[in-house]
Design a protein around this ligand. Structure first.
Ligand SMILES: [Zn+2]
Ligand SMILES: [Zn+2]
Length: 191
C-alpha cells in the first residue's frame, strides 16, 4: 500500500486509465468527473484515487474530497446550472426500475451540501407591482384566477415573469413582463 499520493501520482493514475481503461472493481462515475488539469479529459475520481493509493476502501465522495485537497477540479454533474445534467440522470434513472430500487436501498439519506455562486438581478419593485396591478389576479398565461392568496397580505399569488429573460439581456420593464400562475411560469421556463 502506498502512502498519501502526490500530484504526480494522480496524473500518472490518469495516464494508466488512458492506457488500460478503468481497472476492475471501479465503476464509471455517476456524478463526479475528475478533470485533467492540462488535457481537460475527464476521469472517474474513485478509480483515479484507487490507482494512486492502491486502495479501494473509500467511496466516490471521499475520493472527490481528497482530490480537491490536492487542488484537482472534480466536476459534479448534479450542479450544472441549466439542470440538463441532472435531468439526464433522472431520465436514465427512470428507465430502470429495479436498478433504481436497489440503489435507493443503500443510498445516503443525507443530501450533500454545496456552496452556490449565482448571479442575481436587483429587480425593480415598481415593475412587479405595476404588472400585478394590470393582471388583476388573473394569470396572463391561462387566463384563470391565481391559485391561492399570499399568506402575508392576502394578494393573489402570481409570479412576475420576464418574457425575454434577464439572463438574455431582457429589460426589467412592465412591457417585458407577464404575471403568471406557478404552472404557466414553469411552462414558460421548461415547457
Ligand atoms: Zn396560468
Ligand atoms: Zn420567469
Amino acid at each position: 500500500m502506498k502512502g498519501n499520493p502526490s500530484k504526480q501520482d494522480i496524473l500518472d493514475a490518469m495516464k494508466q486509465i488512458d492506457l488500460h481503461g478503468i481497472p476492475d472493481g471501479f465503476d464509471k462515475s455517476r456524478w463526479y468527473y475528475l478533470v485533467h488539469p492540462i488535457t481537460q479529459k475527464t476521469y472517474p475520481p474513485k478509480a483515479v484515487w484507487g490507482i494512486a493509493t492502491g486502495r479501494k476502501d473509500f467511496n466516490a465522495q471521499s475520493a472527490k474530497r481528497w482530490l480537491e485537497a490536492k487542488s484537482f477540479f472534480v466536476h459534479d454533474i448534479r450542479l450544472e446550472q441549466d439542470g440538463t445534467g441532472f435531468q439526464t440522470q433522472v431520465a436514465t434513472a427512470l428507465q430502470d426500475h429495479e436498478k433504481r430500487r436497489a440503489r435507493l436501498k443503500t443510498a445516503s439519506p443525507q443530501a450533500e451540501a454545496f456552496q452556490k455562486i449565482t448571479t442575481g438581478y436587483k429587480r425593480n419593485p415598481d415593475v412587479v407591482a405595476e404588472r400585478l396591478y394590470l393582471a388583476k389576479g388573473i394569470c396572463e398565461g391561462c387566463q384563470t384566477p391565481a391559485p391561492f392568496k399570499r399568506k402575508k397580505n392576502g394578494t393573489p399569488y402570481l409570479e412576475v415573469h420576464h418574457v425575454i429573460f434577464l439572463t438574455d439581456s431582457g429589460e426589467d420593464t412592465v412591457e417585458n413582463t407577464r404575471a403568471l400562475c406557478p404552472n404557466c411560469h414553469r411552462q414558460a421556463h421548461h415547457g
